[in-house]
Design a protein around this ligand. Sequence first.
Ligand code: RIB
Ligand code: CA
Length: 311
Amino acid sequence: MARKIIIDTDPGQDDALAILLALASPELDVLGIVAVAGNVPLPLTQHNSLKIAELAGKPQTKVFAGASKPLVRPLVTAEEVHGRTGLDGPDLPEPVMKLHKQHGVDFIIETLLHEAAGTVTLCVLGPLTNIALALNKAPEIASRIQEIVLMGGGFFEGGNITPTAEFNFYVDPEAAKVVYASGVPIVMMPLDVTHKALTTAKRIEAFRSLGNKVGDACVAMLEFFERFDEEKYGTDGGPLHDPNVIAYLLKPELYSGRHCNVEIETASELCLGMSVIDWWGVTKRPKNAIVMRDVDHEGFFTLLTERIATL
Ligand code: RIB
Ligand code: CA
């Protein structure tokens, strides 16, 4: 029986590869994709979600629009990383498939109430706004979510949009706080993992050698996406963040970490959005997330490339 998932996302080139990996994997049943404002505004993230589903050759995928702004703060975007469209790099055709009319937050709630309890995993690749809105609107869904697997936060690696905060948590720290206080089982892929998964030239060539439309689009996306971080970190390739969420579902053995308490800073302007991870257990705060710290990055890229080859 395929694992049922909902992908909540702000595409974003790295989101795109995560969505492609999920749609290429028969172990997963993608019940829907819900766009959120993040890397670029919602009109673009919803449009990009449609483009990616069609690129994967899965036009029957249900795509919804979610929140257009964070819970209480103005939206912060990242065009400097992802380009004006959020999906700069490849020249993808305009989508034929249409958005579903239902609001994405209502789709999340309705799906969780309809499906058997504990059988739907939320894969969160952007700011946590939609998830927090769903939990606030229908608290009864918390006990019905199998797991939340998310890309966000950082600790030993610090932050990427401020010295202490990772982008997804920084954009909507109040939403992240709601999710980490919800009691839902969380698996977290922080920058400490994703900064070990670099899109090196050799790995880009592996996508190019696939010789298929999707592989070529991945090359164009990654070559655009990585330039910002290559310059920033001085590395061969940039960190590939979001596909780690999907790869964990497919091959959890690629990752290692520990159960910790994680709290989100929402008051300090200096450290806003920081994920305060009690890695050494120095507080008695309840452990509320499995925090991953290491990844078999060769295995990760092998999995990703093998699956993209099937599209
Ligand atoms: O900090 C990296 C995260 O922020 C990734 O999910 C990227 O797509 C952006 O949303
Ligand atoms: Ca993202």
